[in-house]
Write a protein that binds this ligand. Sequence first.
Ligand SMILES: [Ca+2]
Ligand SMILES: [Ca+2]
Ligand SMILES: [Ca+2]
Ligand SMILES: [Ca+2]
Length: 301
Amino acid sequence: MRLRILTSHVTVSASLARAAKKAQVRLFFAAALTACGVLSLQPAMAQSFAPPDNYAVGSLPHSVAVGDFNLDGRLDLAVANSNSTSNSVSVLINTGGRTFERRDYPANQTPVSVAVGDLNLDGKPDLAVANQSGGVSVFLNTGNGTFAPRITYPTFAAPESVAIGDLNLDGKPDLAVANWQSDAVTVHFNNGNGTFAAPVGLRTAVVPFSVAVGDLNGDGKPDLAVANFISASVSVFLNNGNGTFAERVDYRTDSGPRTVAIGDFNGDGKPDLVTANTDHITVSVFLNRGNGTFPERGLIT
Ligand SMILES: [Ca+2]
Ligand SMILES: [Ca+2]
Ligand SMILES: [Ca+2]
Ligand SMILES: [Ca+2]
């Protein structure tokens, strides 16, 4: 159907110069796809990537995050190396010309997730690292892309994923950690100087492997989405605004959701959810009604 509309349009535009016609077709095609809510790549805008440059890090790298750690305008990398022979975070400082300078920092046992945020509000991006066998560690940026030794805060059992957001709206970024063995997310409120208060637990479904932060109902208060591996669900926790959350709502995914991410997939300005489902070899996309509820795949009651 879309192709027929496009062909008709091209015929009408036959007198246009070649370049102008191409541009018009491209715009028309993109608009048609957007109007239809099509999520796949738009052919006229498809991109490809050159072969990758590979850089050595520690053993069993499990998670990577991006930030400009030395404030030089070039994006740098932080990698959590989860093997017990490493138990480290590799920081790769971008020196330009597709080269990075690597420095490793000792982590706690089994670091599996890393997130970037300015946790002590000094303008320099810091690191939060979830250690599967050892709490959540904060590495404060000392400037020039170097980090102070970690400070570790207790979580519940088996932290697997960490996300950063100002969950109590006090201007200080907080931590949310998915703890898979305890079926809970822990929220760690920032004292304001990059230190964190004792964790507050939120009950999830079974085996939460991943947490993401985003304002899902558009009220200006960051909410939580959690992928529950065994329950085959994604939990949504809407923020009451003071760092407490409404009772969670669970949506069914395909089996084995391993990771959840938030993004506006249909361009309506409302953040949607996607889970990567290890067992089913699928991703589940949930389009947001706009109020933080997701009708597409049915509510789990
Ligand atoms: Ca940089
Ligand atoms: Ca900082
Ligand atoms: Ca806060
Ligand atoms: Ca919200």
